[in-house]
Each structure stands twice: as structure tokens, then as C-alpha cells.
Design a binder for this molecule. Structure first.
Ligand code: 0RA
Length: 645
């Protein structure tokens, strides 16, 4: 039965498995210990799916002494008969082909499975052997795969009693994984999470290497999981439960409010997988919460007229678990680590489920609801107070008050009051800052050394986040003209603002961060051509008392020719390698330096590029890089940037 028509199609299926071995990262994320354990999660997920569909109440996980692991369930067993449609038998379908996790019965919800929802065939491909028993119809059907699924034994059939289920043992391939040691604690933690989301199923974990064992069983797992994460805080409300279904999306939600707690904690899951970055299910829940509490507060006269409770304030002091199940065809994960639910339909569905039940709940438990609204109003009042203090501070900063020009003490100011003639040098590092101070023109050149990198605030709309960064605060204060909507070009204290960094990667990075900061938060400064980049030379070519500074290789060639034999070349890797005199002559002195003026050619394109390279959408950045950069030889980092169009 197992070997019927085996050759032609087995070649096709084997090619698939070979790809898994060639690019394991695409299927399990990595080949380190995290990737290794994904194999276990894949198989457990299959068993959990069976249990969720009502087949089986126990799942057994046993770590064996030979380095293999066994997962046994009481599900329907893997079908082993010939599948007419797919033209192969069930074992081949489940363990040798890369279809949607091996199931072909179109059941409703599926555990999302490990990182990428790939299934038993991937585990087979990455194991040096795998043994499968399928107990169906009173027969134990056994098959053994070896060499990453390259070989499949003949099926051995042994009559059994009424036993039902699947038993899979696999031994991870040490050619693939750097570490093939299963970690009991890691597996226990994962199984505990799975158990919480699979009510009524007992997970039996056993480690034959150490004889440790544990059982995991939850009647109402969501609440248990919840309690594990809330500890011993003082309750403001009971645990509020919401369960329901809308547009084929189901949700189980538990949340609770605590006294003296000012944080918001949301643990979210989609199809049994933790979504650490949230997603549409979380967005739907938040929206519903805001709507329901606002409705309650206004109908009970707890807020006046047009006053609205803000979502952030409503969620202060709340811990919440959201577990949703989305039909397989809609299930979609986003983000670099696939930690975000990308299923758009989840937002309105969860919003509906929550709105319907929560509005009733709040009316029926008006005392709790009022206490939460009261806490929200307190949170709002405190936020307003902080904002008032901040506003006053910002006003000071934006007032163009020219007397307090050096609050931080880092700036070496220029002595002239002829602001338009003055120059501000923003210098990377204290040591270059020191040299710059020595060689500057004290009347017109001011030096502001930067320690470390300024924060990337390209996507920041919150003024406070910018003011919280010391480097940026000092910079705004030094320039003296405010920022964002309050920026007033009339108040700038410098005609030229010059960025002076090392000619290396870190230097370019700092340059980009500063440029993006000016572009995003003081755009007028860039539009009017006040921003410049200093160009320190790359080489000094000297012979006797003759010296020539060179800014590129062509200039260096020329200098060599000019000086004839016996010259010495110094290559400057950073500003710090020049002494003060050299730095002055080459980079700061008005008559001998070179400056690049920063201008905007096409503002739309510029905005888009700044957003692409420094904005918050890392997926977009990653796509751009993947589409344009040929990592020709990963070892040598030989990259080739493809043409734009
Ligand atoms: C394909 C189809 C069916 C079940 C399974 C695979 C299955 C796979 C695994 C892996 C571990 N445990 C498992 N249990 C079941 C549906 C079978 C049917 O409709 O009878």
C-alpha cells in the first residue's frame, strides 16, 4: 500500500523536503535552540487541533534518553489509505508534502503552529529519523522515515485493541541544528501555555533523562493563565469574561482592573499562538472598551457634555487576555517575527463581540463600572497636569530667549551677537569636540559635542518623547527657535548649522539621524538652506614640509604624482586622528574647508525616503533592501545595489 506508484510523485515530494533542509529558517525561523523547539510545537499543535475538534482528552509528551521526543495523542490518527484526489496515501501527504499543515478535511480553526504554521512534513525534513504510529480502525499502522524524509519504510500493520490516535517520535538532525538538546523547562512553559488555551485536555510531560514529570490541565485556562500573570495585586474589579463569535471569528477574553496599578498589560493570542505585537484583534478590543465606557460614563452623568474618556486612560491599571480563533483562510500574521495578527476582519468582529456583552455587563455591575470610570478620570487629570508642566517647559524652550543659551554646559558658544554670521558645529564625540574648540574661530563658531547617538524620532509625534532625549533637548535649546509647530526661523541663533562626524559608518548614521531630525521637526531650517555637512579629508599626503590633503582617491593619486617619491600617507579614520591644527585647516576654517549644503530637491520624494529609511515600518524597509540589494556573497558582504527603476 505504501509503495504504490511511489517513484514519480515521491521525487516531487522529496524536492519539497529538500528545500526545507536547504532553507530551514524559512520554515522554523532559525536553527538554534528556538528553531529546534519549534519542531516540538509543530507536532503538539497537530495534537491540539485534534483535541480542539473533540478527539482526545490527553496528550503525552516524552523526552527520550536517545535525544528523540515522542508526542502521542488520542485523535483520529493520520489516515493512511490512498487519497484519490492527491494521488498519494495519507502518510505521504502529511509527512512528505508541504501543504497546509497536512490536513485536508477543511475543518474550521487550526492552531497557527509554531512560527509559520508548516506542520509535520517540516519536522520530518529536519529529523534524521521519525517514527509514526497511527492507531485507526483497530490497527497500529507504523512507518519509519529516515534521512530527513528521504526514505520511507514499508508500512507495518499490527492489530491493536480499540486504541485511537497518533504517536510520533522524531530525532532532530544534528546536521541542521547547532544544539539538539531538548530543554525541559522551555517545553514545560510552552505546554503550560497550550494547556491554558485548550480547556479540558491534560498534557502529560515526562523527561526520561531526568525522570522529571508534570501534568498540565485547566478547566478554565484563560482565567488560570490570567492569574499567573497578575500575581497579588489589589483588585478593583472582578475578572470580566467575554466569550463570543462574530463573522466566523471567535474570541475568549478575560480582563480585570487593579488598584494602585498604572500600567496596561495585554496578552494576546490568535489561533493558540502568542501575538506579542498585538494586531487587529487587540485593536478591536480597545475600540470596544473605549466605546462602552464612554457610553456608560455619559449615560450615568459621570462626564460632562462633550468630554470623552481616552482609551489610554481607560486601560490604565488593566490586565487583559485576548484569545481569538480565526478561520484558516483568513489567518495572517505580520511583522518580522510574525508576532502581529494581520487579519483585518478580526477588528470589527471582536469589537462587536465585546460591545454587545460589555455594555450589558457595565449596566449590570454599575458599581464596578463607576469605580473604573473614576480611576480613568483620575488618570486623565494626572496626565493633564503633567502636560501643563511640559507645556510650560516647552514654552520656555520656544520663546527664543537668548540669554539662557548654555543651560547644559556642553556648548562652547560663539562670542559674536551677529547671529546670521555665526556657525554651530555639531561634533561627534567629546574628543573631536575638544580639538574643534581649540582651533575654532571663537567669535563666530560655536561647538556642540554630541555624546552617543541622538534618538531616532522620525516617527515620533509626541513632543515629550523628543524633549526626553538629552541630546535633542540640548540641540533645540542651542538653536533657540523651538521645534515642530512652534518652530520660528526668525529666532535661530546660527546662520549655518554644520554636522561634523567621522567618515565612517557610525558617523554616517549620526549624520542621518540628525538630518532626519531636522527634516521632520525643523523642516524650515532645511528648506532655507541652513544645514551643512562638514567634509573632513580622507588622506594626508606629505613629503618634508609639503603636505596635501585629499578628499578622495583621485586627489590622492594626483598628490602622489605632485610630491614624487618618498611621500608619507596618513589615512584618517576619524576626526580624532587629526590634531586641532589639522582639523582647523582642513574642516573648519572658512577659506580652506569644504562644506556640503543640504537642499531639498523634491520634497514629496524626500519625505517618502526619510520615512522609508528611518520611519517605523521595518517591514517596508526590509522589503526595500531585499528587492534592491543582492547579497551576492554573504561571507564577504559584497553587496550590489540594484537600480532604482
Ligand atoms: C490528516 C488528516 C486528519 C488528521 C491528521 C492528519 C492528524 C495529524 C496528526 C499529527 C499528530 N497528530 C495528528 N492527528 C491527526 C483527519 C483524519 C480524519 O478525518 O479521520
Amino acid at each position: 500500500m505504501a509503495t504504490e506508484n511511489y517513484n514519480a510523485k515521491s521525487l516531487k515530494t522529496f524536492k519539497g523536503l529538500q528545500h526545507v533542509r536547504h532553507r530551514p529558517g524559512m520554515y522554523i525561523g532559525s536553527t538554534d535552540t528556538t528553531g529546534l523547539h519549534h519542531l516540538v510545537w509543530e507536532i503538539i499543535d497537530n495534537s491540539v487541533d485534534e483535541a480542539n475538534e473533540g478527539y482526545g482528552k490527553n496528550i503525552y509528551i516524552t523526552i527520550n534518553t536517545d535525544g528523540s521526543i515522542t508526542i502521542q495523542d488520542e485523535g483520529r490518527g493520520v489516515p493512511c489509505d490512498y487519497n484519490e484526489k492527491e494521488k498519494m496515501n495519507g502518510f505521504e501527504l502529511v509527512f512528505m508534502t508541504l501543504n497546509s499543515g497536512g490536513k485536508f478535511d477543511g475543518s474550521n480553526y487550526k492552531t497557527a503552529g509554531g512560527l509559520h504554521g508548516v506542520g509535520a512534513a517540516v519536522v520530518n525534513a529536519l529529523s534524521d529519523w521519525m517514527e509514526v504510529h497511527s492507531y485507526r480502525d483497530g490497527i497500529d499502522h507504523m512507518v519509519k522515515f529516515s534521512k530527513g524524509g528521504e526514505k520511507m519504510s514499508k508500512m507495518v500493520e499490527t492489530p491493536t485493541s480499540s486504541k485511537r490516535g497518533t504517536k510520533i517520535t522524531f530525532h532532530p538532525d544534528s546536521l541542521i541544528f547547532s544544539d539538539t538538546n531538548f530543554d525541559y523547562n522551555k517545553i514545560a512553559a510552552h505546554v503550560d501555555d497550550s494547556a491554558c488555551l485548550t480547556n479540558g485536555v491534560t498534557f502529560h510531560l515526562k523527561d526520561l533523562r531526568s525522570n522529571r514529570k508534570q501534568e498540565f490541565f485547566y478547566k478554565d485556562g484563560l482565567v488560570e493563565y490570567f492569574k499567573k500573570h497578575t500575581g497579588t495585586k489589589t483588585e478593583l474589579s472582578e475578572i470580566i469574561r467575554i466569550d463570543g463569535e462574530d463573522s466566523k471569528i471567535s474570541a475568549n477574553i478575560a480582563f480585570q482592573y487593579f488598584k494602585n496599578d498604572y500600567s496596561e498589560k495585554i496578552f494576546s493570542f490568535a489561533n493558540g499562538v502568542r501575538t506579542t505585537d498585538g494586531g487587529h484583534h487587540v485593536a478591536g478590543f480597545k475600540k470596544a472598551l473605549t466605546i462602552c465606557f464612554n457610553n456608560f460614563a455619559s449615560s450615568h452623568n459621570l462626564i460632562k457634555g462633550k468630554q470623552k474618556l481616552e482609551g489610554d486612560d481607560i486601560r490604565e491599571g488593566m490586565t487583559c487576555i485576548i484569545s481569538c480563533w480565526v478561520p484558516e483562510e483568513l489567518l495572517q500574521f505580520e511583522g518580522q517575527t510574525k508576532g502581529k495578527l494581520g487579519t483585518k476582519e478580526a477588528a470589527p468582529a471582536i469589537e462587536n463581540i465585546v460591545c454587545k456583552k460589555l455594555s450589558y455587563y457595565l449596566e449590570e455591575h454599575a458599581a464596578i463600572a463607576e469605580a473604573i470610570v473614576k480611576k480613568t478620570l483620575e488618570a486623565m487629570a494626572i496626565r493633564q497636569k503633567t502636560k501643563d508642566v511640559r507645556d510650560a517647559e516647552r514654552k520656555k524652550l520656544n520663546s527664543g530667549n537668548k540669554s539662557n543659551s548654555n543651560l547644559s554646559g556642553k556648548l562652547s558658544p560663539a562670542s559674536s551677537k551677529a547671529y546670521a554670521d555665526n556657525e554651530l558645529f555639531i561634533v561627534e564625540g567629546d574628543s573631536a569636540g575638544g580639538s574643534a574648540k581649540k582651533c575654532r574661530d571663537r567669535e563666530h563658531q560655536a561647538i556642540l559635542p554630541l555624546r552617543g547617538k541622538p534618538k531616532n524620532v522620525t516617527s515620533t509625534t509626541n513632543d515629550d518623547d523628543i524633549l526626553d532625549n538629552k541630546e535633542l533637548y540640548t540641540l533645540i535649546q542651542t538653536i533657540g527657535a523651538g521645534f515642530n509647530d512652534d518652530f520660528n526661523i526668525k529666532n535661530i541663533r546660527y546662520g549655518k548649522i554644520i554636522i561634523m562626524t567621522d567618515a565612517d559608518d557610525d558617523g554616517s548614521h549620526i549624520q542621518n539621524l540628525l538630518l532626519s531630525f531636522f527634516y521632520t521637526h525643523m523642516r524650515e531650517l532645511v528648506r532655507t538652506g541652513h544645514i551643512y555637512i562638514a567634509c573632513p579629508p580622507l588622506y594626508r599626503c606629505a613629503k618634508g614640509s609639503n603636505e596635501i590633503y585629499c578628499w578622495n582617491d583621485e586627489e590622492l593619486d594626483e598628490a602622489r604624482k605632485k610630491l614624487g617619491n618618498g611621500y608619507r600617507i596618513s589615512r584618517y579614520k576619524g576626526l580624532g586622528e587629526m590634531d586641532a591644527d589639522q582639523l582647523g585647516k582642513t574642516t573648519m576654517n572658512k577659506s580652506t574647508r569644504r562644506l556640503i549644503q543640504v537642499v531639498i530637491d523634491d520634497e514629496d520624494e524626500c519625505t517618502d525616503k526619510v520615512d522609508l529609511f528611518l520611519g517605523s515600518d521595518s517591514d517596508r524597509r526590509k522589503d526595500w533592501i531585499n528587492n534592491r540589494i543582492d547579497f551576492k556573497d554573504e561571507k564577504d558582504h559584497l553587496m550590489e545595489v540594484k537600480d532604482e527603476k
